[in-house]
Write a protein that binds this ligand. Structure first.
Ligand code: HEM
Ligand code: HEM
Length: 216
């Protein structure tokens, strides 16, 4: 017997703006690195840092589906999802959740190593002068390696979304655009936090980065 489907809101506006802002900035970060435009690279990379720090805070204080506690699960949760396609969250399934955390973690390390990296010639990150040359060079090496890993994860991420659509007949993209998803199961009402509190968190994060970079 086929169950009736209904459209519900699963992603809040801040999470969606975060995602598409991240896509834009990460695109700019890669493009500027490719072109050797390191001034733009630095600003875009610091923008990524602000977005990631915002997302970490939103993962604790934000809407239900944005919270790490809502979508991260252990081995049993992953197994349940793989075998029965059952997931406790209306947002990310357990695999998507860990993929999101992996990308956030790499972006965070990438931004921090970038701040102390150097290009060996003219350019160095704004905090490179606070470290020794050896540490700056080591950070640069990590920055290079992680850039490759990140690019690989992004390709896997987009391929997975396409596979869900064409093979699994599940449209994950539409919810990330409109916020709404067609679901068959009965989902209990989802708690949403206000976009104003998200804007406040983002302002605090940006201010903290600007002050730290000015003081250090
Ligand atoms: C979080 C986002 C970031 C990503 C994804 C990223 C990615 C990259 C990539 C792909 C490269 C080229 C690596 C290569 O040639 O193999 C690069 C180089 C570089 N990045 Fe970033 N970066 C980020 C943030 C930053 C930040 C915030 C800074 C601070 C200034 C920075 C400073 C540098 C420097 C100095 C280089 C040149 C290293 C060299 O030429 O040897 N990056 N980055
Ligand atoms: C620079 C490239 C990208 C990065 C770094 C990235 C990163 C992320 C992250 C961190 C999340 C988790 C969102 C959250 O919980 O806040 C996510 C989810 C998502 N991304 Fe991307 N993304 C990228 C490109 C794309 C593109 C091009 C698409 C379109 C095909 C896309 C579609 C999605 C969708 C549909 C989700 C939700 C997946 C789900 O329902 O579990 N992403 N992405």
């Amino acid at each position: 017997m086929s169950q009736a489907k209904h459209l519900i809101r699963i992603w809040d506006l801040p999470t969606r703006l975060f995602h598409w802002g991240l896509v834009l900035l990460v695109g700019l970060v890669f493009l500027s690195a490719l072109l050797g435009a390191l001034d733009i690279h630095e600003i875009a990379g610091e923008g990524v840092l602000a977005l990631v720090l915002f997302r970490l805070a939103w993962g604790v204080h934000g809407s239900q589906t944005a919270r790490f506690s809502d979508f991260l699960g252990g081995f049993a949760a992953i197994q349940k999802y793989l075998v029965h396609r059952e997931s406790k969250s209306a947002g990310h399934n357990p695999l998507g959740g860990w993929m999101a955390v992996a990308m956030l973690a790499i972006l965070l390390v990438q931004a921090i190593t970038g701040l102390i990296a150097n290009d060996g010639i003219f350019f160095q990150g704004p905090l490179a002068h606070r470290t020794s040359g050896i540490i700056s060079d080591a950070a640069t090496a990590v920055h290079h390696q992680l850039a490759n890993l990140l690019a690989t994860l992004i390709v896997i991420h987009v391929t997975a979304i396409l596979l869900y659509f064409f093979v699994g007949k599940e449209n994950l993209l539409m919810p990330m655009l409109s916020g709404k998803k067609l679901v068959t199961t009965s989902v209990n009402s989802i708690h949403f936090s206000s976009s104003i509190s998200a804007a406040k968190i983002l302002c605090v994060v940006i201010l903290a980065i600007v002050i730290l970079l000015a003081v250090l």
